[in-house]
Design a protein around this ligand. Structure first.
Ligand code: NAD
Length: 265
């Protein structure tokens, strides 16, 4: 084999962030991190299939993106239900395939490990791992078919660290990271990349009450963030677009931590 494989053309490096002509599926797109990711991809030119269990927030989210001139399709689905995930696959097939999958849907439960029983694990596992796995399995044939697929799974600091009072949640996010790395290994030969984004503390509905009800906790968190603030969902947007685009054509199996420097301190 030649030392430099001239047949591989990942794209023009500096125009590589353009997603025009690509289609993306984004789960959890009704609000928070998923909504921001969907909007960022659409703004970069992708047609986005926005998925969420909550039909009302999803429609609101999609209406806003369309008002900005973006191409977005809403598909309500509970990722815990096989038929609804299969319906998503049918929609994607009808549309003509997909090359980007962002798995952002997720739930959290908080309790000390002493109190967090199996039901607690089942609740987070059913969405964060099983639901994510189900969507990915259904869409893998289309991602392979695209010839240049990118899967971006949303992990957490719990993908790489232990989290106080969130042991079951952290277990799911560790699993997400390991699944993603394994996807990268399995699917590299089929030209599908898979990476994890691990956000730090991002101000969304998921942790709004937790932070509002415990100001001391919020202060302790902020003291450990070198950039001195909580993240906003839009702080992740550039990383989503980068990992979705040809600009990251040689990046797979990685976990990119976007945490304002939390893990550096
Ligand atoms: N906010 C943070 O600080 C933070 C940090 C690290 C990781 N994360 C992860 O980021 C992702 C998005 O979280 P967020 O902060 O935007 O939370 P969020 O609660 O605002 O959004 C989660 C979205 O997922 C949807 N969803 C939940 N269960 C679903 C199901 N069964 N089927 C389909 N959709 C479902 C919800 O309706 C909601 O729109 C999650 O995976 C979360 O674990 C968040």
């Amino acid at each position: 084999m030649a030392y430099i494989d001239e047949s591989v053309r990942p794209g023009e490096p500096l125009s590589g962030f353009d997603l025009s002509g690509l289609r993306a599926v984004v789960t959890g797109a009704g609000r928070g991190i998923g909504r921001s990711a969907a909007s960022a991809l659409a703004t970069a030119g992708a047609e986005v299939v926005a998925v969420d269990i909550d039909g009302d927030t999803l429609l609101d989210s999609v209406a806003r993106m369309r008002a900005e001139g973006n191409k977005v399709i809403a598909q309500a689905a509970d990722l815990r239900h096989a038929q609804e995930v299969q319906a998503l696959r049918s929609l994607v097939d009808e549309l003509g395939g997909v090359s980007i999958l962002i798995n952002a849907a997720g739930v959290i439960r908080r309790a000390s490990s002493l109190d967090a029983g199996l039901q607690h694990l089942d609740e987070v596992w059913s969405v964060n791992v099983r639901g994510l796995y189900a969507v990915t399995q259904e869409l893998l044939p289309a991602l392979v078919q695209s010839g240049a697929g990118s899967i971006i799974n949303v992990g957490s600091l719990g993908s790489v660290l232990g989290l106080k009072d969130r042991a079951a949640y952290a277990a799911t996010k560790g699993a997400v990271r390991q699944y993603t790395q394994s996807l990268a290994v399995d699917l590299g030969p089929a030209h599908v990349r898979a990476n994890t984004i691990a956000p730090g503390y991002i101000a969304t509905e998921m942790n709004r009450d937790w932070l509002a009800n415990d100001p001391a906790q919020r202060e302790r968190l902020l003291e450990r963030v070198p950039l001195g603030r909580l993240g906003s969902p839009d702080d992740l947007a550039g990383t989503f677009v980068y990992l979705a685009s040809p600009a990251s054509a040689y990046v797979t199996g990685q976990t990119i931590i976007v945490d304002g420097g939390w893990t550096a301190s």
